[in-house]
Write a protein that binds this ligand. Structure first.
Ligand code: G6P
Length: 610
């Protein structure tokens, strides 16, 4: 989604802004731009439809220089992804503004402003905001007051950065519903959508809260809350270093992230297990007493995080015997739902900024529930600040749009949660010890599965000319299949659907022919025989099967059946293990197809609009 960077400094800020935009690329975008106030107090702007590298090239050809500037990567919501809609937007050569979010009442404001004589040069919802700031400046020539007057008119979500030629060393930023951080330098300040953008220039950050407005000058920062009262917000020192976001020799971030899973899982488990037991206080100080009371769990998430929720629900019902319902956040928001007594709400999100998941958390607070828990990869995200209990997955920054290590570490966290709850519902200490051993074995087992990469790369060749694929799974492996299908469609643009294997004959079998590869995970569990019958149904229709099976599954490669046997011995960790080959399959298919793996078309890493 859109990314914002801004700076007020004594030095030329354009390289900082360009580097910041580069580091925000992973969020997903389709155009980019920057505006700088030069030493003659003139606004200069460069925009491109396309990538930050093109913006860099244009900047090299005709550099902009100045100590105050704002920059933006745009992910189109209102208006096409073209040049005129790219940010920053400028009003009458005086005010420049960048925006992330959606201004819901933009049509009404546009009509009013048109009647007042404003002309629009774009189709965006954003342009009404820059006009509103300009209009307010005509009555009171103070950028802060003008931003206050503007946000009063705006409905919806926004993170804004605004500069004004009349106050060349000032940048005003505002946040409601969309993330924004302030970076603190020595005699200089920065703003950005996330900390990665600013790591080359600072480690010190302030996370603005909803409703905050920051008045930023070179040597002074004042933050106002939603009531326009001056507030102190804590300064956080980030432990990330600027290299946390590099590819470490891999061709793509996604590959780096797939291969970092053994390490990410090990990090995720650190301090969370003690003496064969799960440390429940890792979910929050009063987590243990809340877990004792849990009678039902409702999990809410989007995308890959939703799939993690589906797997956790199976675990929870089987291990803890607690009913669990999983919902897609955008669905939960708009239906009348019933909350069972003593329900623990669990929100899963890599970024902690997904608008639908955040809105669902707000909604859950209006209902009578036991507590809310966020499972998240980003400390100090909106989600972790809003939930009662927080579990950080500690996967490290995930840059590839298609989620990999965030997913597997979410599953680790969810398994710890299941054990922590089950302990109060009949799970014995011996059983817990066994589960802990399984968890501890994970990094090594994931590492072993990664060694099948060459075989999977060979298998991937069969998919490169295909337009569709079916993924089959049963039980807890249905969400694994769903995640495999999502990975394939996200990065290779092959249409892929997952089905419960038992549902095959109720529809999708009609699609099966030699042009429809069918992928299935076949661990050696109680459903294996049933799955094998489903697979025979595919074979009988000339469908080509691609199986990931346990060495003991007794399924062999034959005409039309391609089996990769992995050491995926069946236990509760198996859904995590069987996810890995599906990630690799999607990756290699996308590489063969030459797709933009880390930034797939039309997708965003951090979906900050509903
Ligand atoms: C986007 C990303 C997905 C992610 C989903 C939910 O669609 O591309 O990879 O699963 O958002 O994001 P979250 O940060 O809430 O897990």
């Amino acid at each position: 989604m859109c990314g914002i960077v801004g700076a007020v400094a004594q030095r030329d800020v354009s390289p900082i802004l360009l580097e910041g935009l580069k580091r925000l690329e992973y969020r997903g975008y389709d155009s980019a731009g920057l505006a700088i106030l030069n030493e003659n107090k003139k606004l200069q702007r460069i925009r491109v439809q396309g990538k930050v590298n093109e913006l860099r090239r244009e900047h090299q050809a005709s550099p902009l220089k100045g100590g105050t500037g704002i920059a933006h990567t745009r992910w189109a919501t209102h208006g096409k992804p073209n040049l005129i809609n790219a940010h920053p937007h400028i009003c009458r050569d005086q005010v420049a503004l960048v925006h992330n979010g959606i201004i819901e009442n933009h049509e009404e404001l546009r009509a009013k402003q048109t009647a007042a004589g404003f002309q629009f040069s774009s189709e965006t919802d954003t342009e009404v905001a820059v006009n509103a700031v300009y209009e307010a400046l005509q009555t009171s020539p103070d950028l802060l007051k003008a931003v206050f007057a503007t946000i009063k008119q705006l409905e919806g979500a926004y993170a804004l950065g605004v500069i004004n030629t009349e106050e060349p060393e000032r940048l005003v930023a505002a946040r409601k519903g969309s993330p924004l951080v302030i970076g603190i330098g020595i005699g200089e300040y920065f703003i950005a959508s996330d900390v990665f953008a600013l790591l080359p220039v600072t480690q010190k950050f302030i996370f603005l809260e909803d409703g905050d407005v920051a008045d930023i000058k070179r040597d002074k920062l004042v933050i106002y809350d939603a009531n326009q009262e001056i507030v102190e917000r804590p300064i956080n020192v980030s432990e990330l270093n600027a290299d946390a976001a590099d590819k470490a020799g891999y061709r793509h971030y996604m590959m780096k992230e797939i291969f970092s899973q053994p390490n990410a899982i090990a990090e995720s488990l650190e301090n969370r297990i003690d003496d064969g037991k799960v440390v429940a206080s890792e979910f929050g100080q009063n987590a243990e007493s809340i877990f004792k009371q849990v009678k039902a769990v409702k999990i809410i998430a989007c995308g890959t995080s939703y799939h993690a929720g589906l797997i956790a629900a199976t675990w929870l019902e089987e291990i803890a015997q607690i009913p669990c319902h999983v919902e897609i956040a955008s669905e939960y928001l708009y239906r009348k739902s019933v909350v069972a007594e003593d329900t623990l709400f669990v929100f899963i999100s890599q970024s902690g900024e997904t608008a639908d998941t955040l809105a669902a958390l707000q909604l859950s607070k209006e209902k009578k529930s036991l507590s809310t828990l966020a499972i998240c990869n980003v400390a100090e995200s909106s989600l972790t600040r809003e939930a009662d209990l927080v579990y950080l997955t500690h996967a490290g920054p995930e840059i590839g749009v298609a989620s990999t290590k965030a997913f597997t570490t979410q599953l680790v966290g969810l398994f710890l949660l299941v054990v922590s709850i089950a302990r109060h519902n009949g799970l014995s200490l011996e059983e817990e010890n066994v589960f802990v051993k399984e968890l501890e074995s994970l990094p090594g087992r994931v590492n072993q599965i990664l060694q099948y990469k060459d075989e999977i790369e060979t298998m991937a060749k069969d998919f490169s000319d295909k337009h569709h694929a079916l993924f089959l799974g049963r039980g807890v492996f249905l969400p694994v299949a769903m995640e495999g299908a999502l990975k394939l469609k996200e990065i290779s643009y092959i249409h892929a659907e997952a089905y419960a294997a038992g549902e095959l004959k109720h529809g999708p079998l009609a699609l099966v022919d030699d042009d429809m590869p069918v992928v299935a995970v076949a661990p050696n569990n109680n459903l294996l025989d049933k799955l094998k019958s489903n697979l025979r149904e595919v074979q009988a229709r000339g469908g080509k099967l691609y199986l990931f099976a346990d060495k003991s599954s007794q399924v062999e490669s034959s005409e039309g059946v391609y089996v990769i046997k992995i050491n995926g011995v069946y236990d509760f960790m198996a859904p995590i293990l069987y996810t890995i080959p599906l990630q690799l399959l999607a990756y290699y298919v996308a590489v063969i197809k030459g797709a933009d793996i880390d930034q797939p078309r039309n997708l965003a890493k951090c979906v900050t609009v509903e």
